[in-house]
Ligand binder design. Structure first.
Ligand SMILES: Nc1ncnc2c1ncn2[C@@H]1O[C@H](COP(=O)(O)OP(=O)(O)O)[C@@H](O)[C@H]1O
Ligand SMILES: [Mg+2]
Length: 276
């Protein structure tokens, strides 16, 4: 059971003079409980990949399957939930509760208001405080969280988040990070980001896109063994990693490289003691 892209490609305006290959032969799989990151610079095809995975765009070649089903199959409805980039620009209902309840209502699920309340709680918004408000009166961070709640509410098995922390202040970003953590109890989560530092530590896999092609795919530790593709794709290794690589270059005998600053500091101190 997984959300799978197999050599999926997508060309916008195919067959016209404006044709543009946004995605070429991307292969990935997302299982329940996993966190997969998709990284790459602006225009590398990240949002296109999410639209293809969510079944909003049909791949020009290759395939996407949801638990073995075509995304358009009735039985696949509601299994994948996509939170768009800047989702807060897409509110339409008069109240936050109505907006969040739209998904479960649209899918004919049993108690949309209840699901909406649960989802608001999951993103740290008290439904008694925020439920009756107009979504257009929310702060940036609250709005982002409410938009994420709108997808959590129908309990997708595969949750796709397009730049969920971009432009958020620290408290809202932390709230989104904890939503991602909690969601993995019931869902596979795929996060698109050009600032992967905050997620790398928890991710099972990273897919690096460069001009629509997959230049790396594998465990985050693979990026440490050979950061070449990552750097070529316009990405920068997290500071904590760079510090350890520099220390190693200068002779520190590090027992492994860590994504966690505290663990990294411990290893650096150990190496220093060992060198004495
Ligand atoms: N609706 C569209 N029509 C034509 N080209 C598009 C469209 N959307 C995106 N593109 C192009 O596809 C490429 C990938 O875009 P996108 O998937 O949005 O990248 P990212 O999310 O990584 O910034 C870019 O070159 C972009 O200009
Ligand atoms: Mg994008």
């Amino acid at each position: 059971m997984a959300l799978v892209a197999a050599e999926a490609s997508y060309t916008y305006a195919a067959g016209t003079q404006y044709a543009s290959d946004a995605l070429s032969d991307v292969t990935l799989s997302l299982e329940v409980g996993e966190l997969v990151l998709v990284v790459g610079e602006t225009g590398s095809g990240k949002s296109t990949l999410l639209r293809v995975l969510a079944g909003l765009l049909d791949p020009s070649s290759g395939s996407v399957t949801v638990d073995g089903l075509a995304p358009g199959d009735g039985a696949a409805r509601g299994r994948t939930g996509l939170v768009f980039q800047n989702p807060e620009s897409q509110f339409f209902a008069e109240t936050v509760l109505d907006d969040v309840a739209f998904g479960p209502r649209n899918l004919g699920q049993s108690d949309p208001p209840y699901s909406a309340q649960q989802a608001l709680r999951a993103v740290g918004l008290d439904p008694d405080v925020f439920g009756a408000r107009s979504p257009f009166t929310l702060s940036g961070g609250e709005a982002r969280r409410a938009a994420i709640a709108g997808v959590l509410a129908f309990e997708p098995r595969y949750l796709l988040l397009d730049e969920p922390t971009a432009g958020l202040d620290r408290p809202s970003r932390d709230a989104v990070l904890s939503v991602v953590k909690d969601a993995r109890a019931q869902a596979g989560v795929l996060v698109v980001t050009h600032d992967p530092e905050q997620f790398l530590q928890d991710a099972q896999a990273v897919v690096v896109l460069f001009r629509g092609t997959q230049v790396f795919s594998g465990a985050p530790s693979g990026l440490l063994t050979d950061p070449g593709p990552y750097l070529k794709a316009g990405m920068q290794l997290p500071d904590v990693i760079r510090a350890q690589l520099v220390a190693r270059e200068r002779g520190a005998q590090l027992a492994g490289i860590s994504f966690d600053p505290e663990e990294a500091a411990r290893k650096l101190l150990q190496a220093r003691r060992g060198a004495r």
